[in-house]
Design a protein around this ligand. Sequence first.
Ligand SMILES: [Zn+2]
Length: 388
Amino acid sequence: MIFQPSSTRAKIFSILTCLITVPNDSSINIYTDSQNFISTYNNLNNSCFSHRKLLKINNHHTWQAIFYLVKEKSLDISLHKVKAHDDDVLNNSADLLAKEGCALDPIFLNPRTSPNALMVLTFNLNGPLEKDLRKWSKNALECCNMLSTVNNTSNAYLFNKAKTHLIDWHNTSLWIKRNNDNTICSDLNDKITGFKIKSFNHTLPTSDLQQRNYPNLYPPGPINCTACNNLVINNEHIGFCPTHLTTLNNSLQKIKKTFILKLTEISDASGAMDIKAWVERSHIFSPVTNDDYPVYLILHQCVSSVLTSLVKMFIKNTKERLSTIIFFMKLFFKDITRPFWKLHYSLMHAWKKARNITRKKKIKYRRKNKTGNSINTADNPASQLRIP
Ligand SMILES: [Zn+2]
């Protein structure tokens, strides 16, 4: 009970303790206000219920102990549902006893002694895990991934921006993981997802990273953007080069019009709302003068909380809301992220050609340095991204 506490667990435990105390061959009537307990008991009592399914049920060790006692003690159990908080004298006195029992030492169940125990997993020496392990592990792994993302130095610039422009992490994760071409498995899907991850992590192969990884091919010192010839070209600069801001703002206005039409078409909000006026006022579509705008996050594959709030105002249906957010992200990716990367790629290609930095030379360099330190993400041929 100390680890993974829940009200259902408390109820199951109270019934388990009753079954421990009753004599063998008893007929027992259990009056409970928990419909969940009654339904789960009836499900598990079905002989078709497999052991594999049982392991997906919360508190499965406790349930196994209950069924073990029922079988070993030849108990005949009848369950009755009573209304909660309805002045039922016996129910009230059971509640009172439960409250008094809070001061007692906790009860520990050792699932290792169960004859059905295949294995008993614990976490952090805190007690057995009594949940669907696949779901539990998924949550734990997502926390680990998030922690490593937060501590990744390449993400420092993005996280600094996220202090003022909040990120909707749930939808960001869905957007990055989303299938891009509706196929089960494809090279195109992998390429786009790879691009999204690199864009988010700021590890797209810009000159600064190439220079770090091919020190003998690239000239030393800062490599300036060939468009503005003033600022260093890196992941942060893409799309926010002063010479490209007009293009960015024009594309943003174009997206805005399409987005207003989409919202108007599928809005299910009650009452008349001026969608156009709300979208026009949104910070997402404010004219951009530097990278201190929510657009920076969107260009790096993050769903801005401003976008989520805006969509939430007009769409109440959760599924529709998600599909509208994805619609916007796709539009942004197609009309802004992709063209800006293509532009950067062509400018850098010309720059490299002028300095005779060829793909062949990079391959040769990699072969020569194979035994040295592993080459970073921006080195491998797959990272020479050409977005299809
Ligand atoms: Zn520039």
